[in-house]
Design a protein around this ligand. Sequence first.
Ligand code: BEZ
Length: 200
Amino acid sequence: MRLWHNPASPFVRKVRILLRETNLASRVEEINTPVSPVNPHAELAAKNPLVKTPALETDDSRVLYDSSVICDYLDTLHSGAKLIPGGAARWDALRLESLCDGILDAAVLCRYETAVRPEALRWNDWVNGQLTKIRNGLDALANEAPTWGNTFGIGQIGAACVCGYLDFRFADENWRSRAALAAWYESVKQRASVAATVPA
Ligand code: BEZ
């Protein structure tokens, strides 16, 4: 399999953590693919019309995107404990993954707004709207974190990617004021899959 990836992307990181948690990493060739909304990548565009990473080319030549679909697919390829559970727990896990994806969507949009968009075209109210989504989402994560125990499934992978991306791109945000979330992240930061995929 081939993973089109950018090591700075928190959505790519979800996939890379899941690959390591499930011992599938050795089956995937990672192709470093720098993309931005204004600087598309021709080779990736031929695989994914949205020109976004992550995209996964499977051994039977399917190209899968986005991170949720890729994680769902990869979780079918191993015989260990599933990171996306079945039964009623599935909906809790997928809802938590969606919450984290939404926080990351808002954070990446903010990042593009400040790092890519020319200053004269920026719209502060819009940025503040995205920051509000991030902060409300973090409050929700902090409320839930004490219930997670030792579970490290798809939802917690998403939460680790949220915390890591905020450290990487939003150092001034002080998300650690939410003590329960900060304490949880301190404990998962040590996991080999999380330590090996710190954004760069
Ligand atoms: C970043 O550099 O922050 C970034 C790169 C790719 C996707 C998302 C974010």
